[in-house]
Ligand binder design. Structure first.
Ligand SMILES: [Zn+2]
Length: 234
């Protein structure tokens, strides 16, 4: 899978963290592709459970040992479990502060939780707050609101879906605010919708954006790659 992506010129892989049970596997992937794989560290909102304080200590302990390209994925997910909203908010806020302390971007996971996410971001808004709203699926006003917090919009397979809707207004958002992503193994773009997603399908997202913006795929790739470099410094 990695080789298929590399063969298409996709050479930088930004890998989000989920929780402590995945940390070793992430390090192993990085050891295999040290020039291509860049790791984030964080506690994913769907992994925020009763033991979240312990999980956050794990996140913080990793930062004492090495560096990462971002704090992510962090945020709020109310699709699977609404009972953890309060601790999700706490974990999100604490990890935003961790990112600022290390002068790193955050990568936000938001599912059915725009208002709750914006509420937390409002309390943390300053010059040190920046990052990516990953897998953005909101409307135009939510896109503008996300950008007001210094967030780029991560655009993936959903932009190719018939009912995805973001393709209808995306051209009103300058490409300078967009990064491409796959969210593999989830959200594979058309014509692979419903199948296992992989990084090489990034080319399909690029192609779709080329149509939406009316610029060449090379230009979409150039600008969005530049944006990712500004964020991750990699
Ligand atoms: Zn996510």
């Amino acid at each position: 899978m990695m080789q298929r992506a590399l063969d298409l010129g996709i050479t930088r892989f930004f890998v989000p963290a989920i929780d402590s049970s995945y940390t070793e596997a992430m390090y192993a992937l990085e050891r295999e592709y040290p020039n291509h794989v860049f790791l984030m560290m964080g506690l994913h909102p769907t992994s925020v459970k009763e033991d979240y304080k312990e999980e956050l200590r794990h996140v913080e302990s990793q930062f004492k040992e090495r560096s990462f390209c971002a704090v992510g994925e962090i945020g709020i997910d109310l699709h699977w479990d609404t009972s953890t909203l309060e601790i999700q908010k706490k974990a999100f806020k604490r990890q935003i502060q961790l990112a600022k302390k290390h002068q790193l971007p955050i990568v936000i996971h938001c599912r059915d939780a725009f208002d709750e996410i914006f509420e937390v971001l409002e309390t943390e808004k300053d010059d040190d707050l920046y990052g990516i709203f990953h897998c953005f699926t909101g409307n135009l006003s939510q896109a503008r609101k996300a950008m007001s917090f210094n967030m780029k919009l991560g655009i993936g397979g959903v932009v190719t879906f018939k009912n995805g809707k973001i393709d209808t207004f995306l051209n009103q958002i300058p490409l300078e605010h967009i990064v491409l992503e796959t969210d593999s193994p989830y959200l594979a773009p058309v014509p692979f919708r419903g199948k296992r997603n992989e990084s090489s399908y990034l080319t399909l997202i690029c192609k779709k954006l080329s149509g939406i913006y009316g610029v060449s795929q090379t230009e979409v790739a150039r600008i969005t790659t530049e944006n990712s470099k500004m964020i991750f410094k990699k």
